[in-house]
Design a binder for this molecule. Structure first.
Ligand SMILES: Nc1ncnc2c1ncn2[C@@H]1O[C@H](COP(=O)(O)OP(=O)(O)OP(=O)(O)O)[C@@H](O)[C@H]1O
Ligand SMILES: [Mg+2]
Length: 249
């Protein structure tokens, strides 16, 4: 088996006096679609911010491709990110949003930047939308534009924080298909936070589940296997959420 792309060892994270996660260890294999699960407020977005080097852990170690403590400042990022708020700059067109990400780190001539912008928008199925403002796009198109922006540097790793939140079911399925296509066709490794069961089973290869009460990882492995094999009632409840909805007929 090849070396994992991300290794996390004995990681503790939190803010001030609050610890959100203690002694967490896990690996993200190269080429994986790795899902971070857990209830609201358990620290999923915080974990993501640590993985990309925006926050410093209380203890423990994070390595990406063998390199520790990745920092965004100063160096060109080696990975793409779509934050939970996912925001595109609303006063810039879709094309300008993607171009901005390229121009921030490179000194390419304008024609080269526009070629990259066109290629990235085509990659997410948004060809022809570069002159539109974000407000003129559907929610699903906006998410795809944010993914195009995250792909601007041709990263081999992207982080997505609840990419399908707030989307209608059809757009959410389309977004899952886009993520799968990027993973399969480009070998892109994806680390993603999501609550959507359908998404987890459709695209997820491995996952970890965080728990707010114990501040630990309460489950890790393949989503399908966890669902069928877990003895932990919390994990079972999560994966079988639909059965807790009362059935009236
Ligand atoms: N910058 C910060 N400073 C202090 N506390 C923070 C900060 N960011 C988040 N928190 C707190 O840390 C906890 C975890 O937040 P986080 O956003 O990581 O949760 P989450 O699992 O992503 O939740 P959700 O599913 O609602 O997005 C919350 O109690 C939150 O209030
Ligand atoms: Mg979050």
């Amino acid at each position: 088996m090849s070396k994992p792309l991300i290794t996390v060892r004995d990681l503790s994270i939190g803010y001030g006096d609050t610890t959100l996660l203690r002694n967490a260890s896990f690996d993200v294999p190269r080429g994986d679609i790795f899902i971070i699960l857990g209830g609201s407020g358990c620290g999923k977005s915080t974990l993501l911010r640590h993985l990309i080097g925006l926050e410093t852990p209380l203890a423990g170690e994070i390595r990406i491709a063998g390199i520790g403590a990745p920092r965004l400042e100063g160096a060109a990022p080696r990975f793409g990110v779509m934050f939970q708020s996912g925001a595109l700059f609303s006063s810039m067109t879709v094309g300008e949003n993607v171009a901005f990400a390229v121009q921030e780190w490179t000194h390419l001539p304008p024609e080269a930047v526009s070629a990259i912008v066109r290629a990235k928008l085509a990659l997410v199925g948004l060809e022809g939308s570069e002159d539109k403002l974000p407000a003129a796009l559907s929610g699903g198109m906006r998410k795809r534009a944010a993914i195009a922006r995250a792909m601007a540097f041709e990263p081999n790793l992207i982080f997505l924080d609840e990419p399908s939140a707030g989307l209608d079911p059809v757009s959410a399925v389309e977004l899952d298909e886009l993520i799968l296509a990027l993973n399969r066709n480009l070998g892109l490794t994806v680390v993603m936070v999501t609550h959507e069961l359908e998404s987890i089973f459709k695209v997820g290869k491995h996952c970890i589940m965080l728990d707010r009460d114990t501040r630990t990882i309460i489950a890790q492995g393949e989503p399908q296997k966890l669902r069928s094999e877990t003895d932990d009632p919390r994990v079972r409840r999560f994966f079988n959420r639909e059965t807790s909805i009362p059935q009236w007929q």
